[in-house]
Design a protein around this ligand. Structure first.
Ligand SMILES: [Fe+2]
Ligand SMILES: [Fe+2]
Length: 334
């Protein structure tokens, strides 16, 4: 980790002012802030909140698609879906580890999630009603996640930016497997095509909500951009996603449920209709179709895993004390 940082260690800089100037200069030179570096409390808090929300989204995001693992239509589809859902668990793990480097432990963050004090992406509060949802989530939800996350590979906090590089590679696989599943279904029966269209109709608008509120209602955007935590505004990323997705919808042969959607030659972008922000606020506020179910499931999984955590701790403590296993405590005692 040291080689990524060119910052002097804290004891080389004596005053808070110098530390602050050094931090600002690091951001201005587009260099990374590393865990050992001094950072303003506001930066640390913003970073913890963003990484925690992201980690929670990965873990909660396992549930909607996990719902279809036992009912996948073939062994091949089951293997792909299992791998994808496991990737999301891995993304959660990298991100909880990144949060740990800022002093936010995983146990504390899990508590915040299961007591509803920290958020996760609103998209995962919608149900998965048909197998086409697996394809549509890969195409639209992982597609939106890629738009959001590719710029985060250049985020100013080193451990977060590096975690994002690997995550983005895997998200790209997720997006392609979704699109490939949909292409297959669209080549199938009329019933399969209708199933895909019905799923697109349900997921299109919630996917646009994944980029967060409009810029003029996003109080944190300006500071996050100044600190290099965010590289583009919510509206810029939403536009990028629409521009990327409309031609894919055409190729797939589905209609996006927005009568206002059309190419604007003057802007060089697609125009699109207004997202239902009242629905967005309701879902973020806990009133979405599956909020209670998602949290209850996560809480139950945490409780059911209690004995595993206890056993792992006991095992680690035993190894630590056992000279045969060369534990640190044993070394010290020798
Ligand atoms: Fe992910
Ligand atoms: Fe994904």
């Amino acid at each position: 980790m040291e080689r990524h940082s060119e910052n002097p260690s804290t004891d080389q800089l004596d005053s808070e002012n110098e530390l602050s100037e050094h931090f600002e200069a690091t951001i201005a030179r587009d260099r990374r802030i590393e865990p050992r570096d001094w950072m303003p409390e506001g930066y640390r808090k913003t970073m913890i909140r963003q990484i925690a929300q992201h980690a929670h989204s990965e873990i909660i995001g396992m549930q909607p698609e996990g719902n279809w693992i036992t009912r996948a239509p073939s062994l091949r589809r089951k293997a792909i879906l299992l791998a994808k859902v496991q990737d999301e668990a891995g993304h959660g793990m990298y991100l909880y580890s990144a949060a740990e480097t800022l002093g936010a432990g995983r146990a504390g963050l899990t508590r915040m999630l299961i007591t509803g004090r920290q958020k996760y992406s609103s998209i995962f509060n919608y149900p998965t009603l048909s197998y086409a949802d697996v394809g549509v989530i890969g195409w639209l939800v992982d597609g939106a996640a890629i738009c959001n996350q590719v710029p985060l590979c250049r985020s100013s906090y080193g451990p977060y930016a590096r975690a994002m590089v690997r995550i983005c590679k895997e998200e790209s696989f997720h997006q392609r497997q979704g699109y490939e599943l949909l292409l297959t279904m669209m080549r199938g029966t009329a019933g399969q095509r209708a199933m895909v269209q019905e799923s697109v109709d349900r997921f299109w608008w919630p996917s646009l909500m994944m980029f967060g509120p409009p810029d003029d209602q996003s109080p944190n955007t300006e500071r996050s951009m100044a600190w290099g935590i965010k590289r583009h505004t919510n509206d810029e990323l939403r536009q990028r996603f629409v521009d990327m997705t409309v031609p894919q919808a055409g190729k797939l042969g589905v209609t996006l449920p927005d009568p206002g959607l059309r190419w604007n030659a003057d802007r060089g972008h697609y125009d699109f209709g207004e997202v239902d922000w009242a629905e967005f606020r309701a879902v973020v506020g806990g009133a979405g179709p599956c909020n209670a179910e998602r949290i209850a499931r996560r809480r139950a999984a945490h409780q059911e895993g209690e004995w595993v955590r206890e056993a792992a701790m006991a095992h680690a403590a035993k190894n630590h004390d056992d000279p045969e296993r060369g534990g640190a405590a044993a070394e010290a005692a020798r």
